[in-house]
Every structure is written in structure tokens, then in C-alpha cells.
Design a protein around this ligand. Structure first.
Ligand SMILES: *Cc1c(COP(=O)(O)O)cnc(C)c1O
Length: 428
């Protein structure tokens, strides 16, 4: 499709403005730009059609199945966006006097209360803007704690290979006791160390098991994954950091750094509207709904995995959490068709490709996360598509190497697009 600049016609306008009825004022020359801005000139209906056409070329969670899941873009209920757009929330100023923002403070306190209950923590900050930012904040808390006890010898953090915080919870969900993890956290505590839980994605765990009960001292949650804000698209996020009571004195200080000596990882209270959405989500689901959402996410992932099994091979043949990994290395050996080819072929079926080539410990990996909101019919359809592509790989691998066949663009050079993005139109 043509760029909006290519559709531009000199002199074409959207609006007919009334004649100017106040005296004209000339700006001083030094304030004027040297050349007129290059803006597309179009009629209103053509602008509307342009953006509608663009919209039709995008695949999102509102268009169809999107197995990147909560880690990127699970379906977030409309009501949460509505709540966040209420003027009393959306127009609030960070420097407004306390008395004028008591409702907002109550939102923060209530969200804190519920999320502390879900994680088994005593206190929480919403200041960090992302998961990685939350991890950073959490580790700073731990560091401040050790420093406050004059314990300066600790220089190492033990991180598991697979580094997925939700792993220990698998055991609990499969009916085992989490003594594993309890033994580990006990040993770390005995040695004076602290335990940090990467709760970036709590979609399989929320309301079912609590990091606090597993012996963790500090946790971050990506509200922009599990709690009604999408992670994809680069929008605002909130890496809420929860901690046990003994770490709470080290939490970042919120508004105006009124207490010096506290860490401050971001201005004011972070991305407040993300907290509003999280609270609206929690209030809508309620005490029963939160674990039910987690259980449905796990059920849907296991159902889809079982329906695909027999063609593509699960990397780990056991009950999964909210996502599962397919290992296509045997399939590639037999057909020459790679995980990338399969991902690109899914686009022709109107399915968003899942995560590719992750985790790194699985070669030719596809990681699927259907999420809690998908119906059985959609999952059955998705399984059918995967099975069809499996067969196609044996029949016509060349066709799959060339996929997608029905998309706007084929296979862009992703590295070049990321390293040298062309974000500004220049006239040819
Ligand atoms: C997404 C994720 C992160 C990082 O979160 P960002 O908001 O992207 O910084 C960290 N750990 C895990 C397990 C995640 O899934």
C-alpha cells in the first residue's frame, strides 16, 4: 500500500476553517522555521481510509488467535481500559495536592493490598516502569538490606539456567509439595542470603501459589503481562516490586523524594494508569476469578499441546504451565523446514506466530501461550493448522520456505530493521 506521503495532493485539506476574524500577527523571523513542514495533504475521508487500510494489515489479539500470549498481548478486558480512561484518573497531575488525589491514592493502596495478598508479600512499590526495571529495584532492596547490616561480602546471585521464575510452582500445580524450593530458600536464608522471585509473568500462578510462601523475600510482577496491560507495543508498563516486611524500609520513595536516603527509580509513582487497570482487573475477577484465570491458562496450554502432540514434538513431555515449547529439530532434519518457516506459514492462516527460538536450550523452538480467554473451538482450529503445516512440511517444503504468501510483506531483514530503522519519510 502507498505511504500517506505518496497519497498527498498539494492543497488538499480536511477542514474548512472560518475566515480569520482577529488581526494577523507576524512571528519574529528567528522563531520561524526555514522551510515549511512536510505534512501530507489529504481529505478527511482519504485519511480515514488510509488508517483503516493500515489497520486491516495488522494482526492483533482482536483479529484472531495470538499465541504469543500474556508475555506480549493477551486479551485484556475492555472494562479495564474504560476505567483507566476515566477523567479523574487519566487527567490527574503528579504534583496535585494530596487532598485532590485521595481516590488515586486509594487505588494504589487497594491494588497494593490485593497484589501483596496474591504474592504473599507485605509491601509493594509501583514505581518501576518494566519487569527488568523491577528486578533492578528488587536487587537494590536486597543490596541496601545487606549494606544496612554492614554485610558487604555478598557478591554473587545464583540464577537457574532456565531462569523462569514460575518453574517451582509447576510442582505445586501438579500436586507435588514445593519442598524443593523450600529446602533451597531455607539453605539460602541459613547462609544469610535472600531469595528473589522473577514473577514477571504470573499468569499460571496468580491466586494458586504464592512466592512469599515459597520462602522468597522479594518479587516483581509485570502488571503489563498478567494484569490487563499489554507488554507488546512498547506502551507504558509497571514492574511492581513486592517485598517482605523487613525489606519494606528500603522500598523506593514515591512522590517528591520527601525522605532523602531512599532510592528513587523513577519519577513520582510510576505509570499510575497501569495500576488502575490492574485493580479493575482484580476487582472484576474477584477472589475466585483470579485463580480460575490462571487455571484456564494452564488448561488451555495443556489442551493445545496434547492436540498438537503426535505431529510436532513437545520439548518437554510433561504437564506444562501457561505455555509450552515445541522442538522442531527432528522435523527440520526430516523436511528442511525450520521453526521460522512454520512461524511464517502460520501468518497465511491468520494466526500470529508464537515466540520463536526461545528458550535457547531448545533448538528450533516454538513457544506457544494460548492464554485463558481462548475457546475450545479456537484451540481446536489452531491445532488443526499446526497439524496441516506438519504434513505440508513433508509434501511441499519449498512452499513453506517462501511463506508468508498472503501477507503485506514477506520476510523483512529483521536485524536490519531493528538496527537501521527508517522512521522518517524522505522524498525520493
Ligand atoms: C518479560 C519478562 C521479564 C522482563 O520484563 P520487561 O517488562 O520486558 O522488562 C523478566 N523476566 C521474565 C520471566 C519475563 O517473562
Amino acid at each position: 500500500m502507498k505511504l500517506i506521503f505518496e497519497k498527498s495532493v498539494p492543497g488538499r485539506r480536511c477542514a474548512i476553517l472560518p475566515a480569520c476574524d482577529v488581526p494577523k500577527v507576524e512571528l519574529p523571523a528567528e522563531l520561524k522555521r526555514e522551510a515549511a513542514p512536510m505534512l501530507p495533504e489529504m481529505s478527511e475521508v482519504d485519511v480515514s481510509r488510509h488508517y483503516t487500510e493500515l489497520n486491516q494489515h495488522v494482526h492483533g489479539v482482536n483479529c484472531g488467535f495470538y499465541p504469543l500470549g500474556s508475555c506480549t498481548m493477551k486479551y485484556n478486558p475492555r472494562i479495564d481500559e474504560e476505567m483507566a480512561s476515566l477523567p479523574g484518573f487519566a487527567s490527574v497531575h503528579p504534583l496535585a495536592p494530596k487532598a485532590a488525589v485521595e481516590g488515586c491514592a486509594e487505588v494504589i493502596e487497594t491494588a497494593k493490598k490485593y497484589l501483596c495478598e496474591i504474592t504473599g508479600m507485605a509491601d509493594m512499590t509501583f514505581q518501576p516502569a518494566a519487569g527488568a526495571h523491577g528486578e533492578f529495584t528488587g536487587v537494590l532492596l536486597i543490596k541496601q538490606y545487606h549494606d544496612s547490616r554492614n554485610d558487604k561480602a555478598r557478591t554473587k546471585i545464583i540464577v537457574p539456567d532456565s531462569a523462569h521464575g514460575t518453574n517451582p510452582a509447576t510442582a505445586a500445580m501438579c500436586g507435588y509439595q514445593v519442598v524443593n524450593i523450600l529446602e533451597i530458600t531455607r539453605l539460602v536464608h541459613e547462609a544469610g542470603g535472600l531469595c528473589y522471585y522473577d514473577g514477571a509473568n504470573l499468569n499460571a500462578v496468580m491466586g494458586v501459589v504464592r512466592p512469599g510462601d515459597m520462602g522468597f523475600d522479594c518479587v516483581h510482577l509485570n502488571l503489563h503481562k498478567t494484569f490487563a496491560t499489554p507488554h507488546g507495543g512498547g506502551g507504558p508498563g509497571a514492574g511492581a516490586v513486592g517485598c517482605k516486611a523487613f525489606l519494606a524500609p528500603f522500598l523506593p520513595h514515591s512522590a517528591l523524594m520527601e525522605e532523602p536516603g531512599h532510592i528513587q527509580v523513577r519519577g513520582f509513582r510510576g505509570n499510575f494508569l497501569v495500576v488502575v487497570k490492574a485493580l479493575a482487573y482484580l476487582l472484576t475477577l474477584g477472589r475466585e476469578g483470579v485463580p480460575e484465570a490462571a487455571q484456564n491458562a494452564v488448561l488451555n496450554a495443556n489442551y493445545l499441546m496434547q492436540r498438537i502432540k503426535g505431529t510436532f514434538t513437545p520439548a518437554f513431555d510433561r504437564i506444562c504451565m501457561h505455555e509450552f515449547v515445541l522442538d522442531l529439530s527432528e522435523f527440520k532434519k526430516a523436511t528442511g523446514v525450520s521453526a521460522l518457516d512454520v512461524a511464517k506459514s502460520l501468518i497465511d492462516y491468520g494466526m500470529h506466530p508464537p515466540t520463536m527460538y526461545f528458550p535457547l536450550i531448545v533448538h528450533e523452538a516454538l513457544m506457544l501461550e494460548p492464554t485463558e480467554t481462548e475457546s475450545k473451538e479456537t484451540l481446536d482450529w489452531a491445532a488443526k493448522v499446526f497439524r496441516a503445516l506438519y504434513e505440508l512440511g513433508y509434501k511441499d517444503p519449498a512452499f513453506m520456505h517462501a511463506a508468508p504468501h498472503n501477507a503485506q510483506i514477506g520476510r523483512p531483514d529483521e536485524v536490519k530493521a531493528a538496527r537501521n530503522p527508517i522512521v522518517r519519510y524522505t522524498k525520493a
